[in-house]
Design a protein around this ligand. Structure first.
Ligand SMILES: [Zn+2]
Length: 68
């Protein structure tokens, strides 16, 4: 059996396929040019994005395609 390697949403407990990449940076931990990436499904793009943006970490949100 071949397991599908579909990238999944980074939200806790969510197994939905990711459609968005949230790129963020924590200035206290990371170099300014560094970007962490969280993947998110449609449902969690906002909740994960809000989590990052209230902390001032969110830099950009881009569409993510697993069919690269
Ligand atoms: Zn999700």
């Amino acid at each position: 059996m071949v397991e599908e390697l579909t990238p999944q949403c980074s939200a806790k407990g969510c197994r939905a396929a990711a459609g968005w990449a949230l790129r963020w940076n924590n200035p206290k931990l990371h170099e300014p040019a560094y970007r962490k990436t969280w993947l998110a499904c449609d449902q969690h793009r906002e909740t994960l994005g809000d989590f990052l943006s209230v902390r001032g970490f969110l830099r950009e949100v881009t569409e993510f395609s697993a069919t690269a």
